[in-house]
Design a protein around this ligand. Sequence first.
Ligand SMILES: NC(=O)c1ccc[n+]([C@@H]2O[C@H](COP(=O)([O-])OP(=O)(O)OC[C@H]3O[C@@H](n4cnc5c(N)ncnc54)[C@H](OP(=O)(O)O)[C@@H]3O)[C@@H](O)[C@H]2O)c1
Length: 326
Amino acid sequence: MTDLGTFTKPLAYLGLFTLGKAAFSLTRQATNFLLPSTLCKRYNPTKANWALVTGATDGIGFGFSQELCARGFNVILHGRNAEKLERRRRELQALFPAVSVDVLVRDAQNVITDIDDVDSEVRDIIHRNNRTIDSQGDPGRLTVLINNVGGETRPSTLLKEYTFEDVQATISRNATFAIQITRVLAGQLEENAPGLVMNVSSIAAFGLPYISIYSSTKGFVDSFTKSLRAEFAAEGKKVEVIGLRVAEVRTAGYDVESNLFVPEARVLASAGLNRVGCGQEIVWAYFWHWLQGLSFEYLPRWMLMKVAAMKLKAIRSDQEAKAKSS
Ligand SMILES: NC(=O)c1ccc[n+]([C@@H]2O[C@H](COP(=O)([O-])OP(=O)(O)OC[C@H]3O[C@@H](n4cnc5c(N)ncnc54)[C@H](OP(=O)(O)O)[C@@H]3O)[C@@H](O)[C@H]2O)c1
């Protein structure tokens, strides 16, 4: 008969190892929120460099643009609506006269081959502004790309309720556009190294019900982040790629009450920029979102999916009630 006692010690050592591993992982993740950001020192030491933010006319994208200007970057705002872009450009320019703000118009839902012109358009924008703002100093260059554009325009929708066009638009806005614009600007970022690509992801990347298409695109974005980061490293290119995981944020696209767990867009954007240099490939932007995210690592999935389904069903009922009353 087997002596059960012989398993006791190895099991205890394994338990200790597991505990140590979990403690190390938690401590490592917590230190992400204590490390100083390397954003300005590494990517804008001369205060002449440029960042491009996609989906910059509202929400988190506008928050990123405000924060980047405040931190001394010249900023190219990307959006689909030329008038709204110009309004936002003037607003930022008035608030931050020491930097330059310019615009790039493209519809992220409808990517066509003119995306290839973005490389030369960005070079032209920078060249034009360099002539006026920095005649004797260091010429500015594009060093930061923030792939922020995205979102779900039909939250809490069953897959079968989507039309062909809805599916294509959601995938394009959240995934295709990020890949295409990064492809087109990768050479410029390599030339201007060190460079940074920040991809905005979501808690939905864990795979949530009732937002299956949006969830899938965010999983796609996370894989893109990891692959591209590894590819630049393997090629010896100094372009850092970071995936920024985000939970609920009060924005134009997600108009809820803000609180400690649901920050305002600019607070989230600032937190995201503060994570630059932490060394992680995918990182939570905001401390209180990280705490929520820990449940996905440590609680059973079936339990989380019950909670998620309840929340998304409540959003659905709310939308149906609003639609009936209007
Ligand atoms: N808010 C949240 O709770 C939350 C949570 C997790 C992750 N995220 C992620 O954070 C990012 C930003 O979300 P948000 O809530 O800040 O969004 P938002 O408030 O809806 O703003 C989206 C921005 O993208 C622009 N945009 C939308 N569709 C576009 C298109 N087809 N072409 C060009 N520009 C377009 C919008 O421009 P217009 O003004 O023209 O519409 C706006 O500037 C997204 O990637 C989203 O998935 C958000």
